[in-house]
Design a protein around this ligand. Structure first.
Ligand code: UD1
Ligand code: CA
Length: 433
């Protein structure tokens, strides 16, 4: 039997986002909100993992399937009849396991450490329920934790008495349940008298044994409900990511203007200048310097290379070690061999470039003929004069040269000079005439 199962609640519309796009597809630190929860579930080796979808279910399912394949199953909650109902729907499809972690798809500020601790607590105490709690300044909208030392019950805002509304210890909505307890408890849930919803929180009062709890900082538990909270979550996550990398030996000249997505991999000795944006799954090797205001997405940069300032590396840009990509150079789906350089003002797309090449200022690969993309292959030690126009498909042989200002639309053999430009003519005394 499986040990830990996980249910992630993603059915909500998120009306306060005011967008058509389902809330959980919005991104914080470059990662969809739901993916934060699913990644934790995977990191905890939860299996099965069940995501509950509702609003715009097709869009969300597509996102999940593309990224997680069979690791995550999805189930649809057609009408949102409360958190208890959402978990019921998921539970019906959940393969048996020992305990079940319940997460929301809109709380990206939690941490894996916190969830590990919660699972461990449940494992050690064998409690029916282990849950997080937090003290918040403004508890409005949250379920309040009612205690007589132990946790007794959770009262929702809309059902709370004036006195209970004063309680500032709240329910973040993250629990680990004993599987058998959850099974029986879900079967016993009754609709709330006021809202007719099924409350997952009603399970608390059903527990016979003491409920385990871990208090966490209010910063970890804020959900994303509108664009302001999304922006705040993004900022907090990015701050965390930056601090983690700085502790790993990455130098940031201004960490406040450095934007690193959650999947990016850096190395010790990397220097990031002001305003650098690293998106997607970038991998940056040791000793690399990324100059100010450079934007990299899904790019790989090898050891001791220098990029920017003002450079753009698009998906599929791969630089081996000791390369140089200078200002206003755009590289897309191209490979630069060791020590190759494009120092100024160039567009390199769909190109395979060997070692120790020099791509002159203004070099453009014409990789697109309006219908198809074509490849440019440049062997080792090629020297490109400034403003070369390379009409692909094209092959430049080892140690060949291309004259400045050339339009090159035929292959250049190894060690040859390719020239493709009108010869200059000076008209004597032209001004006088
Ligand atoms: C719930 C808790 C409350 C807690 C709060 C923390 C209950 C009854 N109350 O409040 O104690 O303080 O979370 O944020 O559980 N969802 C579904 N299907 C549904 C309803 C909700 O998938 O039918 C999902 C939502 O998309 C969201 C999450 O569950 O991700 C929480 O739903 P929300 O309506 O925000 O929670 P509340 O019931 O207000
Ligand atoms: Ca909420």
């Amino acid at each position: 039997m499986h040990d830990l199962g996980c249910i992630v609640l993603c059915a909500g519309q998120g009306t306060r986002m005011k967008t058509k796009r389902p809330k959980v597809l919005h991104e914080a630190a470059g990662k969809a909100l739901y993916a934060w929860s699913l990644d934790w579930a995977l990191a905890l080796k939860a299996n099965p993992i069940q995501a509950v979808l509702g609003y715009e279910k097709e869009q969300v399912r597509e996102g999940i399937e593309n990224h997680y394949g069979k690791q995550v199953q999805t189930v649809v909650q057609d009408k949102q009849r409360g958190t208890g109902h959402a978990v019921q729907v998921a539970f019906e499809n959940l393969a048996p396991c020992k305990r079940v972690l319940v997460l929301y798809g809109d709380t990206p500020l939690l941490t894996l450490d916190t969830l590990k601790a919660l699972c461990l607590l449940q494992e050690n105490t064998k409690s029916e329920i282990s849950m997080l709690t937090a003290y918040v300044k403004n508890p409005f909208g949250y379920g309040r934790i009612v205690r007589d030392n132990n946790i007794k019950e959770i009262i929702e805002e809309r059902n709370a008495s004036a006195e209970q509304k004063e309680i500032t210890e709240i329910n973040p909505g993250i629990y680990v349940f004993d599987y058998e307890f959850l099974k029986a408890g879900l079967a016993n849930l009754k609709p709330n008298e006021v809202t007719k919803e099924l409350y997952l929180t009603d399970l608390i009062a059903q527990a016979q044994k003491p409920i385990g709890s871990i208090e966490v900082s209010d910063k970890e538990i804020v959900g994303v409900n509108d664009m302001v909270q999304l922006a705040k979550a993004d900022r907090l996550l990015r701050r965390r990511i930056n601090e983690e990398w700085m502790r790993e030996g990455v130098e940031m000249l201004d960490y406040k203007t450095t934007y690193i997505d959650s999947e990016v991999k850096l190395s010790p000795g990397v220097v990031l200048e002001q305003g650098v944006i690293l998106r997607g799954a970038c991998e940056i090797g040791p000793g690399v310097r990324i100059g100010a205001y450079s934007v990299l997405q899904d790019a790989k940069v090898g050891e001791n290379s220098i990029v920017g300032p003002f450079a753009r590396l698009r998906p599929g840009a791969v630089l081996e070690s000791d390369c140089k990509i200078g200002n206003f150079v755009e590289v897309k789906k191209s490979h630069f061999g060791k020590g190759s350089k494009a120092s100024h003002l160039a567009y390199i797309g769909d190109a395979e470039i060997g070692e120790a090449c020099n791509i002159g200022a203004g070099t453009i690969t014409c990789n697109y003929d309006g219908q198809k993309k074509h490849k440019t292959k440049i062997d080792n030690g090629v020297f490109m004069g400034s403003n070369a126009t390379l009409v692909a498909p094209l092959h430049l042989g080892d140690s060949s040269y291309v004259g400045a200002g050339s339009v090159i639309n035929q292959d250049v053999p190894a060690k040859a000079l390719g020239l493709g430009r009108a010869r200059q003519e000076n008209k004597k005394d032209w001004v006088k005439k």
